[in-house]
Design a protein around this ligand. Structure first.
Ligand code: HEC
Length: 105
């Protein structure tokens, strides 16, 4: 059995560790506000891989918006996942809508 004092020390340690994890992510927290709209996000984030041959072409394929959202949030094999702190839900919605409507150039 742990004494009350030991338990308090354990709790304090857990809080410090959690705080460190949260603080570690802080610099990225502002990134969700960085993107203006769907096309802006595609041009500045997705095109980095999807216009350079690193990832498959995703424009002009009428990919379903829900599919794009799921892949962006969860990742898929070599495709990295993006957290809401990186691309928030509003921007992701606009991005997915944009992706599903792009035509082949
Ligand atoms: C770091 C590189 C990288 C970035 C940045 C990236 N992707 Fe990807 N993406 C990939 C790769 C690589 C794949 C192929 C995964 C596989 O099959 O292994 C992929 C696959 C996908 C697929 C599935 C394509 C298919 O043919 O079914 C979608 C949809 C997708 N990405 C959307 C996006 C969107 C939207 C963004 C911008 C928010 C984005 N990706 C940013 C690398 C990237």
């Amino acid at each position: 059995m742990l004494t009350g004092r030991q338990r308090n020390i354990r709790l304090a340690c857990a809080c410090i560790a959690l705080g460190a994890v949260l603080l570690g992510n802080w610099p990225q927290a502002g990134r969700a506000d960085e993107w203006k709209d769907g096309p802006d996000t595609y041009n500045r984030v997705c095109s980095y891989c999807h216009e350079t041959g690193v990832g498959p072409k995703i424009t002009g394929r009428h990919l379903p918006a829900a599919y794009v959202q799921a892949i962006v949030r969860n990742g898929y094999k070599a495709m990295p996942a993006f957290r809401p702190s990186e691309i928030d839900d509003r921007i992701l919605g606009e991005l997915a809508q944009y992706m599903s409507n792009t035509e082949d150039q």
